[in-house]
Structure formats: C-alpha cells, structure tokens
Write a protein that binds this ligand. Structure first.
Ligand code: ASP
Length: 339
C-alpha cells in the first residue's frame, strides 16, 4: 500500500469557528480526517499527518518556514511514496515556488493544497482537494512540487493565487496545468518533468536558504530614482522588478535609470518580471525596456514574481558569484520559465 506523509502547516483547511472568526485549533484537522470514511477506501493510500507546533495563517510564512517544511520532507523522504503540504492559500504559491529549488534531486511528488472553506464546513472544498492530493501523492509518479487546488494540478513554480474568493483560486497562466481534475484525474504526462538530477550529482537533499536580502518592487506611475535607491541600498543583493507589459519602465526619467545602474554596478541582481498575469518579458521590444537592460536589469522571461523571488533566494543561498547568478536567472532550472 502506498504511503503519504502529510505536513500540516496551517491555513483555512484545518481551522475551527471561534468568536473571533476561523482560527487554527490543535488536533482538529486529524480528528475531522478520521471521521471521513472516504479516506479509508481501498484505493486511498495510507497516510500520516504531522501537525506543526504552531499552525500558521500563511500570511506569517517566511523562508525559515519553507526550510522547516523542506527539512521535514527530507527527514521522511525514504519512508513515503509521496508528500502533501497542507498550507494556507494566501502564500501557497510562494512556498510552491520555493520548494522546487530547495528540494534538490527530488524524485517523488510533493503536493501543496489547502482550501478556501474549512474542512469542518458542509460546503468545504477541502474534502475534494485533500482526496485529490492524496491520490496524486500516493501514485508516486509525478516527481515535482505541484499545487493541487479545485479542478487543477499545477506546477508549483508556475502557480499564482488569482482569486481571493472562488474555489478555483489558483492557476499557472504561463504554463498548462499538469493535470485536470474532473470526472477523472487526467495527468498531462508530456508536461511532467523527469526527476531532476542534483547540479553536483548528489542524492536527494535540501538546499538550505540563508535568507539573503532580496525584495520585490512593483513599478507604478510616479516611481522615482530615490525610491529605487532606498530599496536597493546595501545590504540588498537581489530585486524582482515588476515592470509594465513586456518589461517596460519610465525611460524618460534619467534619475530612475541612473538609480538602477548604480545598483546593478554595485552587484545588485535586478530581474524584470511583468505585472501582467499572462505573457513574457522581452526587454528589447520597446525603448522603455531596452533602457532597463542598458541599466543592467535582466529579463525574467515568463517567470512569475513568486518564482523569480524564490529563485533569487535559492541562487544567493548557494553562495554563487554574482556573474553566475546573472547567468542562471534566465535559465530554466525547475520548469519555472520558458527558455
Ligand atoms: N489566510 C489563510 C491562509 O493563508 C487563507 C487560507 O488558508 O485560505 O492561511
């Protein structure tokens, strides 16, 4: 019988009603799952629930928590066929973007899921999400970090939360779903990546994050050079710049461009993503984009800002020189961008 390890980090899925609204309650999720006869059906895998000491609203997640999750998977890697991470939806796409980089040499499924309505409610979406995640993790044949939610199985480092309400809250606008969860679970086998060999030829292990100072800046009409200077001052090492359209910014503002150049010349790695939900950055398409490239900004292709940020955390944590990081930013390492 297949075995699945469930790391329960928090989120709406296991919350209980209180006088102050929904809040996590220790032991409650496992108790509710125990009352679900469908989880004992013969086609279901065996599972173990590991409830974290502090159940988080995912708004509180930090890279330290990502590391805790990665280490938890590492500690149980050999004993299970697949892994589920139960997680709040608010920052699930960030965790789903970070884990693929941290889990070097991953050859088993790691499925993030949660719900918009707690499992204790009659109309909860948790039931279906949990069952789908268990079946997919138990099958053991998708060696990727995925996000399973509503009617879709998405590649983790392509996923974004696109709806604050609504039960199909996630999508991967620049990459087709790895699976459609309808009457049947249909996996798009051609899109699933083969197990990722470790860059140094090592067996499965976790690349720890050292919390390098990185940040995100979303351009807006009126953004100034001084704001860029403020954000990029030491010790900042990496910046995800959410640019307009195909990678444009205010090229008629010389002080803005100068501030970007000052930062990149000091070794700050700046990568441009698009504010649009769909499409890729092409810094050569407009003068307002090539001016950014001349200031040393790198194109982030069709990476989400979540994935670009996670990639920065990962590359800086590997202790690579700036030139190597600049080189790797535009390369497809985990299926996070279309090269
Ligand atoms: N605020 C919650 C969280 O992200 C929302 C959810 O789980 O749906 O933990």
């Amino acid at each position: 019988m297949a075995r699945v390890y469930i790391a329960y980090t928090g989120g709406t899925i296991g919350m209980a009603p209180t006088q102050d609204g929904y809040a996590p309650r220790a032991g409650y999720l496992a108790e509710l799952m125990h009352q679900m006869p469908e989880l004992r059906a013969p086609q279901m895998p065996e599972y173990t629930v590991h409830e974290y000491g502090t159940l988080l609203d995912s708004a509180n997640m930090t890279p330290q928590h990502w590391l805790e999750i990665a280490r938890d998977i590492e500690a149980h890697y050999d004993d299970y066929d697949g892994f589920i991470v139960l997680h709040g939806t608010d920052t699930m796409a960030y965790t789903a973007s970070a884990l693929p980089f941290m889990l070097e040499g991953l050859a088993k499924p790691v499925i993030l899921t949660g719900s918009q309505i707690p499992l204790c409610e009659v109309r909860s979406d948790a039931r279906a999400n949990l069952i789908n995640a268990l079946l997919i993790a138990g099958a053991g044949d998708i060696p990727e970090v995925c996000l399973c939610f509503g009617d879709r199985l998405l590649r983790g480092c392509r996923a974004q939360k696109l709806a604050a309400d609504g039960l199909n809250a996630f999508d991967s606008p620049n990459f087709a779903p790895l699976g459609r969860l309808g009457i049947t679970i249909d996996i798009e086998r051609g899109l699933v990546r083969p197990p990722m060999p470790d860059p140094d030829g090592l067996p499965f292990h976790v690349q720890a994050l050292v919390n390098p100072p990185v940040a995100v800046l979303r351009l807006f009409p009126g953004v100034t050079g001084d704001l860029v200077r403020l954000m990029t001052q030491p010790p900042l090492r990496g910046l995800v710049l959410e640019t307009y359209g195909v990678g444009n910014g205010p090229d008629r503002d010389p002080d803005f461009l100068a501030a970007l150049s000052e930062a990149t010349e000091r070794g700050v790695v700046i990568v441009a993503c698009t504010q649009c939900v769909r499409g890729a950055v092409d810094l050569g398409a407009y003068r307002a984009g090539s001016a950014l490239a001349r200031a040393g900004v790198l194109g982030g292709a069709d990476m989400t800002a979540e994935a670009a940020l996670a990639k920065m955390f990962y590359l800086f944590s590997r202790g690579l020189p700036v030139e190597a990081i600049r080189e790797l930013i535009g390369q497809d390492l985990r299926g996070e961008l279309t090269a």
